[in-house]
Design a protein around this ligand. Structure first.
Ligand code: GTP
Ligand code: MG
Length: 440
């Protein structure tokens, strides 16, 4: 299926200009942000001819930056055959329109670029629906002439142009809202199915990978679950949630899920419409916060992830920080420094099997700490409870006596609650055991 994009396809093959604002004379932070924006554009196959920074300027509600800067950008655009200007700063519909008129180029902000990447990477129907809702929310205040390409791609009948006046814009807005409502209904259905799916996994221990985009979540997921696929050096390579068992041979099973990455200035509409994808993380028993330690900006990336987690109501879930890509860091003391500053963290390379083993051990140890040691007596007819014991507990001793099975085991909290009625004392267990000649 052809993807609907915000960037006018006519801009393909031409370079873009990126523009950032700096509140202080120090342009270091904005340089890093613009570098990231250039990476985002590269993900879409777009090259950047120039980066422009406006320093210390009072923001204009009409066109964000000053007239002089706009003239400078227009000249650069002409010199490099630029058709697209991308602002790192959020633009209002009015600012976007005015800037387009003043420069003759299509104008987009960072959110628009992120939305296009999501549109390109959305493969499942759930991801596609979520992206389209976010795109329409982004477009609603911007429905004017410059966006007719979007209507055509999306198969919309409305061909709004500046000359056609308010009426056509209203019609287009209504159409967009109706489409959003239809898509949301579809998404609600998917969400219900996911809830049923999650219910079927309610007895398992669940771990979710979260973190900044490109930090290595997918690579770690495949390393930990020993599957062959690998991550891609691409921003927002993953848009869906996938769930796998960490070590099928070990009980209780631990399920690991990988999901969409975060980035600064993530468009709110995107976060909102990706809620059902992010539900998996919200339902985890433990989050693995994956951080690319080789990135110069890793501290801010951690903060962005933490703030997104609190937005999706996942900040109270226990979290283990994984400093990934340690193989790319040249400071041999770094793991020790990190451990001192972040005592619950581990520094690893997802490419090294010894490190992957260490992460697995950490995970099992994290859960094991919370297990309840128990002795149980269960009638052999209680099939459901027996299956809970065999699939979801760590067995230490088992024997059968007449119509009963006896267990010494460790159980996770939620399984303990379900098996409570079978609990016996250690003395009773030992007493039965001494009567049983074949006990082991
Ligand atoms: N050198 C090195 N590269 C790594 C490591 N972990 C991941 N990578 C690379 O980093 C890039 C991004 O990895 P992914 O696993 O796709 O990252 P992600 O967090 O899933 O990214 P998104 O799905 O885009 O959010 C890939 O090129 C990986 O090969 C590591 O420990 N060391
Ligand atoms: Mg990924």
């Amino acid at each position: 299926m052809e993807k609907t994009t915000l960037i006018n396809p006519a801009s393909a093959g031409y370079p873009a200009i990126v523009i950032g604002l700096s509140e202080s004379a120090n342009s270091h932070p904005i340089d890093l942000e613009l570098t990231e924006l250039i990476l985002l554009l590269a993900t879409l196959g777009l090259k950047v001819a120039a980066r422009v920074v406006q320093k210390n300027h009072r923001l204009s509600p009409a066109h964000l930056i000053g007239q002089g800067k706009i003239a400078e950008i227009r000249a650069l655009a002409l010199a490099h055959q630029v058709r697209l200007l991308v602002f790192d700063h959020v633009l209002t519909g009015t600012q976007q329109r005015n800037l387009e008129e003043m420069t003759g180029c299509q104008v987009l902000d960072r959110a628009g670029v992120i939305l296009d990447i999501f549109a390109h990477h959305a493969h499942s129907s759930q991801a596609q629906t979520q992206v389209e809702i976010a795109q329409l929310h982004y477009l609603l205040p911007r429905l004017t002439g410059a966006w007719t390409h979007f209507h055509r791609q999306a198969g919309g009948g409305g061909v709004t142009s500046r000359g056609m006046g308010e009426k056509q814009i209203e019609v287009d807005r209504r159409r967009a809202r109706e489409r959003i409502a239809r898509l949301q209904k579809r998404l609600e259905q998917v969400r219900k199915e996911k809830i049923v799916q999650r219910k079927s996994r309610q007895n398992e221990l669940k771990v979710s990978l979260v973190g900044y985009t490109n930090s290595g979540k997918t690579t770690l997921m495949h390393g930990l679950t020993r599957s062959e696929q690998h991550g891609k050096d691409e921003l927002f390579a993953t848009l869906d949630t996938s769930v796998r068992v960490i070590d099928p041979a070990r009980k209780p099973k631990i399920l690991l899920s990988d999901t969409v990455g975060f980035i600064r200035k993530l468009p709110p509409s995107l976060l909102e419409s990706f809620k059902s994808t992010l539900d998996e993380a919200c339902n985890a028993d433990l989050l693995l916060h994956v951080v690319d330690i080789s990135h110069p900006d890793f501290r801010e990336q951690m903060e962005v992830t933490e703030s997104v987690l609190s937005e999706i109501a996942a900040k109270d879930i226990p979290t283990m920080v994984i400093f990934n890509k340690i193989d790319l860091a040249d400071d041999p003391f770094l793991p020790r420094i990190l451990k001192r500053r972040f005592p619950d963290s581990i520094a690893i390379s997802s490419l090294h099997s010894t490190d992957l083993r260490r992460v697995r051990e950490h995970l099992f140890a994290f859960f094991q700490k919370k297990f309840h040691p128990l002795y149980l007596k269960i009638a052999v007819t209680e099939q459901n409870s027996l299956s809970l014991v065999y699939n979801n507990c760590v067995l230490q001793g088992v024997f059968y006596q007449g119509a009963y099975a006896f267990f010494s085991l460790q159980a996770p909290e939620r399984i303990y609650v379900k098996l409570q009625r079978f609990v016996i004392t250690e003395q009773d267990f030992q007493g039965e055991l001494s009567d049983e000649p074949n006990a082991h």
